[in-house]
Design a protein around this ligand. Structure first.
Ligand code: APR
Length: 239
């Protein structure tokens, strides 16, 4: 896969870089993507966007927990891949580096990325349905109920039909507006507002690079498209 001389120079000289990732960056770690490859995830006969919905939290919270507990147990066995490690390495290579992810799997953090803007939450956290107190499930089990107000806990992830965490998109958009180089890695660019970030970066004059084995609705907007796997493409960038 050829990386243009222009992009190599930009990568060597840039100060402000933003990376947006999707499920594809975790595919080489064994995390199934949602859409790439033609099929969609199904749980006990329910399409993932039904079981992963605000409506289901209202209707059957234990079923939602069963789905996310299953996914968390599955993820616990998985490790970051070279794409995650490369991105973690980049955070100390630029004046301003921003990592925005749609992923809830926590693999960026496991690879050493700090200050990750999580647009869709994190599967390793629970949150109170009333006071929003958050509980980490990385090391310990979640409590039966909120220790602050006693109400029910739910997965701290953004479900279909829900708003993004307060301030997360606004911060990501501000960074996209200021970046010189924007990488879009492993996303089908179908889900907004996340898919709008590269458009914001492009509109503000950034050089936008897509890394994906398949074309997406975003490909035609990009200055450069690297057709391939993130774990193979990203380590090709040296700084
Ligand atoms: N490297 C790079 N990209 C890859 C790889 C890989 N090894 N393998 C697959 N891909 C690409 C696919 O071609 C596809 O375009 O990753 C993309 C994954 O797309 P989706 O499954 O739609 O995932 P994503 O874009 O992250 O979905 C966005 O939708 O379901 C909701 O909340 C969920 O965060 C998710 C959001």
């Amino acid at each position: 896969m050829h990386i243009s001389a222009e992009l190599r120079q930009l990568f060597a000289r840039a100060n402000r870089v933003l990376v947006l990732t999707g499920a594809g960056v975790s595919a080489e770690s064994g995390v199934p993507t949602f859409r790439g490859g033609g099929n969609t995830a199904v749980w006990k006969g329910m399409p993932f966007d039904v079981i992963s919905s605000a409506e289901m939290v209202e209707r059957d919270l234990p079923a939602v927990w069963e789905w996310f507990d299953y996914r968390r147990d599955f993820l616990a066995e998985l490790t970051p891949n070279p794409a995650h490690y490369e991105i973690a390495r980049w955070q100390d290579s630029f004046v301003e580096f921003t990592l925005v992810t749609q992923n809830i799997d926590g693999l960026h953090q496991k690879a050493g990325s700090r200050e990750v803007i999580e647009l869709h939450g994190n599967i390793w956290r629970a949150r109170c349905t009333t006071c929003s107190t958050a509980y980490s499930m990385v090391e310990e089990q979640r409590p039966e109920a909120c220790l602050e107000c006693g109400d029910l806990l739910r997965p701290d992830v953004v479900l279909f039909g829900e708003m993004l965490p307060p301030g997360a998109f606004e911060l990501a958009a501000a960074r996209a507006r200021a970046c010189e180089l924007c990488f879009v890695v492993g996303t089908s660019a179908l889900v907004y507002p996340a898919a709008g970030l590269p458009e914001i970066a492009k509109g503000a004059g950034a050089y936008v690079v897509e890394v994906n084995p398949e074309r997406t609705p975003l490909s035609s907007l990009c200055d450069e498209v690297l057709t391939g796997k993130a774990g193979e493409m990203l380590p090709l960038f040296q700084r």
